[in-house]
Ligand binder design. Structure first.
Ligand SMILES: Cc1cc2nc3c(=O)[nH]c(=O)nc-3n(C[C@H](O)[C@H](O)[C@H](O)COP(=O)(O)O)c2cc1C
Length: 189
């Protein structure tokens, strides 16, 4: 069950933009993050939810997509995410956020996968532009943006080849291929 969920939880970057994600769905996903592990149980993460087209349009320009897909500027209109969850760190609680936001992101994306949705963790964010666009107070550090929606692409896992190239690629049918290292190559002791 968990392996199946993790295998289905791929990074999706093209979506059926016309399929809405409800605010209540986003709240349920953040609730999964709320219940997840947090260093010293400080729980410094806060969230901004977006599922309205106007708010989504404010967020999209500040995101960087698929660095290895040279020449692809990111999803075009009609294939963009229909929702976002922005993960913030509350500096009034902590100054650094360790791996709390990675754990939160994974909980949210596994929950999204279970609901038939998909998403992508975006760390390549023009943070000051996004801060201004959404008027995010300086109290909050912008950690990650999670793009969410109903996936419109197929993603398949491959083994890393003998050349060791870990770069993902898209084939002529638009299928996205993600090389993963083999189990024996990552267990070192
Ligand atoms: C911390 C983190 C930051 C990431 N930032 C971006 C990003 O800015 N843009 C993007 O398109 N994908 C981003 N990704 C997605 C990775 O490219 C993706 O996880 C990787 O290619 C493996 O694909 P998979 O998630 O389907 O296993 C990020 C993933 C992580 C964990």
């Amino acid at each position: 069950m968990i392996k199946d969920l993790i295998q289905r939880n791929r990074s999706y970057r093209r979506f059926h933009q016309d399929v809405a994600v409800e605010l209540e769905t986003l709240r349920e996903l953040v609730d999964l993050a709320r219940l997840s592990a947090s260093a010293a149980n400080k729980q410094p993460l806060k969230y901004i939810l977006s599922c309205a087209p106007e708010k989504n349009a404010l967020i999209f320009p500040y995101l960087g997509w698929a660095g290895y897909l040279k020449g692809w500027p990111g999803p075009s209109e009609g294939e963009r995410p229909s929702a976002y969850i922005i993960i913030l760190g509350d500096r009034e609680i902590k100054q650094s956020f360790g791996c709390d936001h990675g754990i939160a992101a994974q909980s949210i994306l596994l929950g999204a996968t279970e609901k038939g949705l998909g998403g992508c963790i975006i760390g390549s964010v023009q943070r000051e532009g996004l801060r201004k666009a959404l008027k995010i107070p300086v109290r909050y550090e912008i950690l990650l943006v999670l793009a969410l929606g109903k996936p419109k692409e197929t993603v398949v896992i491959e083994g890393v080849g003998p050349d060791g190239d870990i770069r993902y690629w898209r084939d002529s049918d638009g299928v996205h291929h993600v090389p993963k290292r083999r189990l024996n190559d990552i267990i070192v002791g």
